[in-house]
Design a protein around this ligand. Structure first.
Ligand SMILES: Cc1ncc(COP(=O)(O)O)c(C=O)c1O
Length: 478
């Protein structure tokens, strides 16, 4: 088996600012590596850099790194292989007892997935009833059934962006759409502008295509920074910019109309194609706040969408909207990754799109209630945390007030809840002060997760006086 070799530099990017921790430096380093392995950000079987190299790179003593590696070995996260150095692993079932055991009742709050809307059952029955008409054909296709492409195009038109069916491709969810765009339009070594923080699996798709990621900051309070676009687009000349202007994941920020115009004009001027991910757009609490699609700002913009959040992720379908030429280019590249979208699921999607507005209203009512509940519980139990105001979406990008998200996530795991710590959403290991907390789970699960978080927060202990307050950092590090 070939081993991935992690250089000290590559590990350092993943580690981010790991020193903020209530324990020793060695514990802090071991905990950060542990979380990276558990999160899948360091592959299993990857070889970690030699102790001396990592120590030099991180500016710590070799003893610190040796102690961290020893702890990881003790816990089962690192094994020594003759000729391969120290490689990452997961603890075996019979590993010595330690404080982070995956429990069978583990709640996964690191994901923001939703149960299906009940209407899926009737729609599926109607789709099955129509299936016989299609059984003589292949059962899958690269572009999508005409009726489905037309229904998706009609939704764009209704939102203020005239669209025809041949500008639409039905894909296997938004994720495959993003991966296909990356595979077809990004060359090895090309730069891709992404928001920082961003949706991790899109970052992985662009990185897998060989892209070098360039981050533009986005925050719940301040949204997107015009100046960052003005500096980065000419300087980095990215081939693509992947943006989520509608209920951005994870901050839930929405880009104002005037800024969309400015960013699109700037991107056109510098030859950068914008890929807009609209996966969250239907999750606005108030439909009146939904903007005209950003693609109305430029014919070069490619838009990705999905019903994975609005209706159910189990319908593995989404779409791409682009000019006909780009749709053709993507269709030619598609078979290398998948051969097309299945007919039965498309018939189901077609049924659901006919009653889409009612379904979205049902979904957003659920989410609004979920947001109120999570906000109330967090405000009561963690008064020091800062909760953003959101207009929709699935998550609260919560500021813990101190850079302890990774350490807290490990403690929470031991208490039975898996959390999305800020660095998971970062291109450079930053956002140690943030947690992405979903409000899309049923009340009993949300309450259980908050109880577990409360126990973990208690175990974390009070803030250390020598860790600078994040606001102080913001004002001094420009
Ligand atoms: C921003 C964003 N884009 C794309 C996806 C993937 O969507 P799909 O389930 O349609 O593949 C997700 C799923 O979480 C997402 O949050």
């Amino acid at each position: 088996m070939s081993t991935t070799v992690l250089s000290a530099r590559a590990l350092s990017v993943l580690l981010g600012d790991w020193r903020h921790h209530s324990g020793t430096l060695a514990q802090a380093l071991a905990d950060r590596v542990r979380l990276l392995v558990l999160d899948g950000r360091i592959a299993l079987g990857a070889r970690l850099p030699a102790e001396r190299q990592l120590a030099d790179h991180e500016g710590v003593s070799r003893t610190t790194v040796a102690a961290a590696y020893a702890r990881l070995r003790e816990l089962g996260y690192l094994v020594s292989r003759r000729g391969s150095g120290s490689v990452t692993a997961l603890p075996a079932g019979d590993a010595p007892a330690f404080d982070v055991v995956d429990r069978p009742d583990m709640l996964d709050f690191s994901k923001a997935t939703l149960p299906a809307l009940p209407a899926v059952v009737d729609a599926a029955a109607a789709a099955v009833a129509r299936l016989p008409q299609h059984l003589g054909l292949a059962g899958f296709d690269l572009y999508g059934l005409d009726e489905v492409r037309q229904a998706i195009a009609d939704r764009f038109t209704a939102r203020g962006l005239p669209t025809s069916a041949d500008e639409i491709m039905v894909t296997l969810g938004a994720q495959r759409a993003i991966a296909l765009i990356a595979q077809a339009l990004v060359g090895r070594g090309d730069r891709v502008l992404v928001e920082n923080p961003s949706y991790p699996h899109a970052l992985e798709a662009f990185s897998s295509a060989g892209a070098r990621l360039v981050g533009v900051p986005v925050s719940t309070e301040h949204g997107w920074d015009d100046e960052a676009f003005e500096q980065l687009l000419p300087r980095s000349a990215p081939c693509l910019a992947y943006l989520m202007p509608d209920l951005h994941n994870p901050t839930s920020a929405t880009m104002p109309a005037a800024q969309r115009e400015r960013v699109a004009a700037l991107a056109d001027r510098h030859g950068t194609r914008i890929v807009v991910d609209e996966t969250m757009v239907d999750l606005a609490f108030d439909p009146a706040t939904v903007q005209v699609p950003m693609a109305s700002c430029s014919p070069r913009i490619i838009t990705v969408g999905s019903v994975g959040k609005s209706i159910w992720g189990g319908i593995r379908l989404g779409w791409i909207r682009a000019d006909r030429e780009t749709i053709g280019e993507l269709a030619r590249a598609r078979p290398a990754g998948d051969l097309g979208s299945p007919t039965l699921e498309q018939l189901l999607l077609s049924e659901l799109l006919q009653r889409f507005d009612g379904l979205v209203a049902e979904r957003t009512a659920q989410l609004r209630a979920g947001e109120q509940l999570l906000r109330a519980l967090l405000s009561e139990r963690f008064p020091e945390w800062r909760l953003p105001e959101v207009d929709g979406g699935l998550v609260l990008w919560t500021n813990l007030g101190r850079p302890v998200a990774s350490e807290f996530a490990l403690l929470a795991r031991a208490e039975g809840v898996q959390l999305g710590a800020g660095p998971r959403f970062s291109i450079d290991g930053a956002f140690e002060r943030y947690l992405r907390l979903p409000f899309c789970y049923p009340e009993t699960l949300t309450r259980r997760a908050v109880d577990a978080m409360e126990r973990a927060w208690e175990r974390l202990g009070p803030a250390r006086a020598d860790v600078p307050d994040d606001d102080a950092l913001v004002t001094t590090v420009v």
